[in-house]
Design a protein around this ligand. Structure first.
Ligand code: HAS
Ligand code: CU
Length: 560
């Protein structure tokens, strides 16, 4: 079997890529857990959206005792379990495909079962109202130990998935000395290297403080330190959600529209920049927190503008790839190629609409990051406006789009309801844009986030329209999500057998990786990892050195 590197995105073998059935099943179930979480989270999201329009349907959720319990369920299910379950399956699959090697069953099993255990603990603690502390788990709000332990296990599942990637890559490198790492594997591995470093913050916070505190081993904890450790992880976490979507935009989407990925080296540079800059930016979530020097915050603000750059480069790359595809499909003129983008392909449509929404997500991110302007939007409804156009659509809609080929690929069944699937992305996108418009304008008029507006007897007049738009948009998003689940469930049970795609739609590259050029050095993952750690130390050590030891001052509180 002689590997060929003629396609730099993946290694091609003459025998093609055969995913063994047992591995296919494990990958499928890991992804299913993600979509179960999405379904649960979406139901709560519907209630949240309507509550802004002063419609209270929370009473129809039998287990629900407070708005905050529902908000916790929404955030944890959608932002944490959905995203990471997906990545835990998707990244090993992409890496294995790129290297043209089978995955390792033990790792897949360990990832899946850790994820299941994490789910059980978190679902139990949240549904029994023992953990209404939101996904940010801010102390001194205190949750049951099962909540913290469940989230720790979720992180452990990502570490197992990362270990899987590293072993796959190490073995491939041993067998292919001197070869360039195929792009798809490189960007998948870098995503989890970044996340592994980032997750140290939340691991220290949960294992070192919150878990022992919830068990009564520690009587008090340090709220500011816990918040800081959370946001050490918490900005980078958004890229752990985003980068799997970017992997699809870079390495798969061009193929789906008959285009080509523009540049292999540029793509590697983009992911290296995310590795370097995702973490040392966490204080931009704490601009208004007391106890952190302004100079530290300003430094993180500066680096946040740095991490904006790889997304701008991504915008250039993905639009160029789409344009190549649209023109090859016969589109002419300045913008005529847009019409020729294979809008009848649900997977592509979902992802292009996700990209368009992300333009607004990115712009609002820039506004958040601006130290002084942040004072206007912080803790207002603007922020959920921002993150529904990022994680709530750029990521969620992309992962739905991926499902439109991945579920047929993993089940070997034909996609059911193709036209419904295309309509689904449009409904979801129109919904998210209307909802975000409501949240954003409300936020600018001072409408707070994290409030149960259905029962709030205060507010500006303009909040009425903002709230109504949020409710209408949220309802459309829910309809879009239900359409998605219908397509997926019908595909799993009734899709035509034996008619799923045989391979993953990876793209070819216009400017490939060179064998001897400057870009060979980009493959030095170890070096970039060390550089990332050094940058994190520069950005965070001054705070920790001047702050520590921990100030264990606060007992736990349970309000809701
Ligand atoms: Fe953010 C708060 C800054 C990106 C998620 N963010 C949040 C929270 C979440 C979140 C969940 O600086 C709230 C957390 C909480 O509960 O408190 N964010 C940024 C910045 C970016 C950014 C600078 N955020 C994201 C992404 C997220 C996410 C991605 C999830 C996946 N964010 C902040 C800040 C806060 C914050 C502050 C704290 C606010 C506060 O006060 O609490 C940047 O990374 C954004 C860069 C993006 C771009 C867009 C590039 C566009 C592309 C698409 C191109 C395609 C096209 C379509 C043009 C520069 C790649 C072509 C199609 C055709 C048909 C032609
Ligand atoms: Cu952030």
């Amino acid at each position: 079997m002689s590997p060929s590197t003629s396609n730099p995105t993946v290694v091609l073998h003459a025998s093609g890529y055969d995913l063994p059935d047992d591995q296919r099943r494990l990958v499928r179930w890991t992804i299913y857990i993600g979509y179960f979480a999405l379904a649960a989270g979406v139901a709560h999201g519907f209630a949240q959206g309507l509550s802004y329009a002063k419609i209270d349907i929370l009473r129809f959720f039998p287990a629900l005792r407070s708005y905050y319990q529902g908000l916790t369920a929404h955030g944890v299910a959608n932002a944490l379990f959905f995203t990471f379950a997906f990545s835990n399956a998707f990244l090993p699959l992409m890496t294995a495909r790129a290297l043209s090697r089978p995955m390792i069953k033990g790792f897949l099993q360990a990832t899946l079962w850790t994820l299941v255990a994490a789910n059980v603990m978190v679902i139990w603690s949240v549904t029994t109202n023992r953990a209404s502390v939101l996904f940010t788990a801010y102390a001194p709000l205190q949750a049951h130990w099962a909540y913290y332990l469940g989230l720790v296990l979720l992180v452990v599942s990502t570490w197992i998935a990362s270990a899987h990637l590293y072993v796959l890559l190490a073995r491939w490198r041993r067998d292919n000395r001197g070869e360039r790492i195929p792009l798809l594997a490189f960007i998948s591995v870098l995503t989890y290297v970044m996340w592994d470093i980032a997750s140290i913050g939340i691991a220290v916070s949960f294992v070192g403080f919150l878990l022992p505190w919830s068990l009564g081993i520690l009587e008090r904890t340090d709220p500011l330190l816990n918040r800081t450790l959370f946001w050490f992880t918490g900005h980078a976490i958004v890229y752990a959600w985003l980068l799997p979507a970017y992997i699809s935009w870079y390495a798969l989407v061009p193929r789906q529209t008959n285009g080509k990925l523009v540049s292999d080296p540029l793509t590697r540079v983009v992911f290296i920049m995310f590795l370097l800059l995702s973490i040392p930016t966490g204080f931009h979530h704490q601009y208004t927190d007391p106890g952190i020097a302004t100079s530290f915050k300003a430094f993180h603000a500066l680096l946040t503008f740095g991490v904006f750059y790889p997304s701008l480069a991504t915008a250039f790359s993905v639009v160029a790839a789409l344009e190549i595809g649209g023109r090859r499909n016969g589109g002419g003129g300045l913008l005529g190629w847009i019409r020729k983008l294979r809008w009848d392909d649900p997977s592509l449509t979902a992802q292009v609409l996700a990209m368009i929404t992300f333009v607004f997500g990115g712009i609002t991110g820039l506004i958040n990051a601006s130290y002084f302007v942040n004072q206007i939007v912080h803790n207002t409804a603007w922020i959920p406006g921002h993150f529904h156009m990022t994680v709530g659509s750029a990521v969620a809609l992309t992962l739905m789009g991926v499902a439109y080929w991945a579920i047929p690929y993993l089940t070997q069944r034909k996609l059911w309801g193709r036209k419904l699937a295309v309509a689904q992305s449009w409904v979801y996108t129109v919904g998210v844009l209307i909802m975000a418009r409501g949240l954003i304008s409300g936020g600018l008029d001072g409408m707070p986030r994290r409030i149960f507006r259905a029962e709030a007897n205060y507010g500006a007049e303009s909040w009425e329209l903002a709230g109504a738009l949020t409710g209408i948009g949220g309802t459309l998003m829910t309809v879009g999500a239900v359409m998605f689940f219908l397509v997926i469930v019908m595909t799993i049970f009734f899709g035509k057998k034996g008619e799923g795609p045989k391979d993953i739609p990876f793209a070819e590259t216009l400017i490939p990786a060179s064998r001897e050029g400057w870009d060979v050095k980009l493959d030095r993952i170890g070096l970039w990892t060390v550089a990332a750690v050094v940058l994190v130390l520069i950005a965070y050590a001054p705070f920790f050195l001047t702050y520590l030891p921990a100030r264990l001052v606060s007992p736990g509180y349970t309000f809701f």
